[in-house]
Design a binder for this molecule. Sequence first.
Ligand SMILES: *Cc1c(COP(=O)(O)O)cnc(C)c1O
Length: 399
Amino acid sequence: MAFKPANNIQDLQYFGEFGGVNPSISDSSTYTFLSAKTMFDTFEGNADGCYLYSRHSSPSNLYLGEALAAMEGTETATVTASGMGAITPVLLQLCGAGEHVVSSRTIYGGTYAFLKNFAPRLGIDTTFVDITKLDVVEAAITPQTKVLYCESVSNPLLEVADIKSLADLAKKHNLKLVVDNTFSPLSISPIKLGADVVVHSLTKFINGSSDTVGGVVCGSQELIDDLRNVNSGAAMLLGSTMDSLRSASVLKNLRTLHIRMMQHSNNATYLAERFEKDGLKTVYPGLASHPSHELFKSMMNEKYGFGGMMTLDVGSLDKANALMELMQERNLGYLAVSLGFYKTLFSAPGSSTSSEIPEDEQKEMGLSDGLIRFSIGLDADIERTYDMMKSCMKELNII
Ligand SMILES: *Cc1c(COP(=O)(O)O)cnc(C)c1O
């Protein structure tokens, strides 16, 4: 039977302590115990259902974590203060000094910077590969490799990872496949395709209101317990804990994610099809011209579409900057990094979100100067948006 991630979220039933339709917010950093013995057991990790201290867990964080675990189809999950606060503990939990990561080279700039510049200080080395070439991926695996890391749809080039085949490789070599699914929540369910761990930046589509950063690790009970272990857990000891007030607000936003993803996808599909017809170099996984269009189709939960992310290459950085400024002036969106907002957001990744990646490497991976990354908003009238964007492009001699 098809996996229905939105149903899994909807089928959860949470009540507040006075019968409220939303769960009560746990506004406490610490919790009392009726007996000293139970406190001891909780420290040892042996008192299920008891709360100890909110850096470890809190009722509000558990509600949000369980909803996200239901969405991804994992045993459980732990929420974190940011996406990077989810990604770095997972990598550090799964890899130690002398061990090795094989990672896609087209990943979020912060993740790339962590693996390239920071993790080597701890003795963890990474080989960056073109994740779409499975033979290259396999050739990079060494006896020290512990983790295979990728994004289901990569930032900013929208390369699509063949999660099933990567999962087979991971199994064959006894690695954990960790997938960042930030760009394609609901659309792609990596666990169902064989991934071991899914991470998200909740900051983007899942929260959807650009009012906070947040993250989550979805995985097995064993991994999440390890991450939260009082003595050796990277999430517990590095302390990237989400605040309870915030997890309550993210949970409320999560309830409309399915409607928002459909609208983001519909709007992005409309614009991508039009701009491609207008002769612009357009990258969108929903276009037949996208090299991984068929692969995305074979993996997706169809209803939610190909997502809200699209790139256009307008030829040069100067043109890209002029277009973005003009579109902002006409209130078609904001010149801002991040994604998943109700409003369209655009930025030139080469000089912003991917600037951690050296220029020659940017060139090699096809990240050109004139590239604009769009996170298409929830516009009610996308035909009007298209007409207005097109007239901006005409004024700047882009089309
Ligand atoms: C934004 C982003 C992150 C980092 O998340 P933060 O919430 O900013 O820490 C990681 N991966 C991807 C794909 C992202 O877009």
